[in-house]
Design a binder for this molecule. Structure first.
Ligand code: NAD
Ligand code: UDP
Length: 349
């Protein structure tokens, strides 16, 4: 049986973070979900609030934090270009200071620490598909740079803390991931297309729609993240996590229209600056080291997202599958932890 750990998840009330918290709580770990609700929401983790082993803390990762933890998953950062570009200075701070604070906490507590890095590390890639040895093609002064360079600097910090202080680190480079609980105003392509199609509104293709992405369903991604974190003695190098099946945005739009039976027309809008032309992960390292590969094909994943947003639009409660381990336990009427949240407070150095 696995040892029950105390685990901090920054950005735990976001899209990916909520599924990660859910998975850790279902395994019986004591989870501290830390978030400033910039792009996250209480609704995403509402079903966990009655769990004794789940704690929600409002906190901004740019401010140091102390908690007695065994593991840290650092996910805090808006992932949608629309959101991370709306306050680019804050995005850099969140990435760099957030990583520093996560690493300092790991140094003080001897915790293992995971970084949610990104395929944006590779920029507009000159190598295709992208494997982890590729150093990337990133514009350091463009509108995406706050995110790309922020994430690159965070990787640098992770490896410097490992070399300088011997920290146990894990770094995943996450490729486009989609699923239920994405924000309706997220601006990312899957949520945009599905919502536009469901409302019979024009589906907005940026550029000529021939740029490519590879879409990973959230359940596959969370399984990969956990496999990487739990791997012993660990994979020191960064690991690509994503689905290697590549689609054009035009192909994605056509599939969404087919699955929704929508009457939407396609409209073309200008391609945003520095928008990567192609993206597909080489997942050889993840497959060989972790035995991981995605299982959910895009068609099946999209059906779940369509169902989810259909529920959101008709104001039905969202139909998100909750792990049996969570539903089996009777919910408490009032959620109370013995420590009343006292495990978390300002870092006293
Ligand atoms: P998201 O925007 O849904 O979640 C990010 C969460 O971080 C939100 O809950 C937000 O409120 C929180 N947050 C943002 N700034 C914060 C701050 N300063 N302090 C505390 N909390 C803060 O995005 P997501 O898709 O769930 O992405 C999660 C992580 O995974 C991000 O680090 C992102 O860069 C990375 N990632 C995601 C994808 C993807 O396709 N979803 C791809 C590559 C990398
Ligand atoms: N895109 C699009 N229409 C939209 C939103 C996005 O054609 O309504 C394109 C965008 O230009 C990019 C791709 O879809 O080429 C993926 O965009 P997203 O914002 O989801 O993520 P990115 O991979 O760019 O971070």
């Amino acid at each position: 049986m696995t040892r029950q750990k105390t685990i901090l998840v920054t950005g735990g009330a976001g899209f990916l973070g909520s599924f990660l918290c859910e998975s850790l709580v279902a395994d019986g770990h004591s989870v501290i979900c830390l978030d400033n609700f910039h792009t996250g929401a209480r609704e995403k983790i509402a079903h966990l609030m009655d769990e004794e082993n789940f704690e929600l803390v409002w906190h901004d990762v740019t401010v140091p934090v102390h908690a007695d933890v065994d593991e840290i998953y650092n996910l805090a950062c808006p992932a949608s270009p629309v959101h991370y570009q709306s306050d680019p200075v804050k995005t850099v701070k969140t990435n760099v200071m957030g990583a520093l604070n996560a690493l300092e906490l790991a140094r003080h507590t001897q915790a293992k620490v995971f970084q949610a890095s990104t395929s944006e590390i590779y920029g507009d890639p000159a190598v295709h598909p992208q494997d982890e040895t590729y150093w990337g093609n990133v514009n350091s002064i463009g509108p995406r740079s706050c995110y790309d360079e922020g994430k690159r600097c965070a990787e640098t910090l992770f490896y410097d803390y490992h070399r300088q202080y011997g920290l146990e680190i894990r770094v995943a480079r996450i490729f486009n991931t989609y699923g239920p609980r994405m924000n309706a105003d997220d601006g990312r392509v899957v949520s945009n297309f599905v919502l536009q199609a469901l409302k019979n509104e024009p589906v907005t293709l940026y550029g000529n729609g021939m740029q490519t992405r590879s879409f990973c369903y959230v359940d596959d991604l969370i399984r990969g993240i956990r496999a990487l974190m739990d791997h012993e003695p660990g994979v020191l190098h960064p690991v690509n996590l994503g689905n290697p099946v590549e689609f054009t945005m035009r192909g994605l739009a056509d599939l969404v229209l087919e699955l929704t039976g929508s009457r939407s027309e396609l409209v073309f809008r200008p391609l945003p600056q520095d928008d990567p032309r192609q993206r597909r992960p080489d997942i050889t390292r993840a497959t060989e080291a972790l035995g991981w590969q995605p299982e959910v094909p895009l068609r099946r994943g999209l059906e779940k997202v369509i169902d989810y947003f259909d529920g959101v639009l008709s104001r039905r409660p969202a139909r998100v599958e909750v792990p049996a381990a969570l539903t089996a336990r009777p919910p408490l009427a009032v959620r109370r932890r013995a420590n009343g949240g006292a495990a978390v407070g300002p870092l006293a150095l």
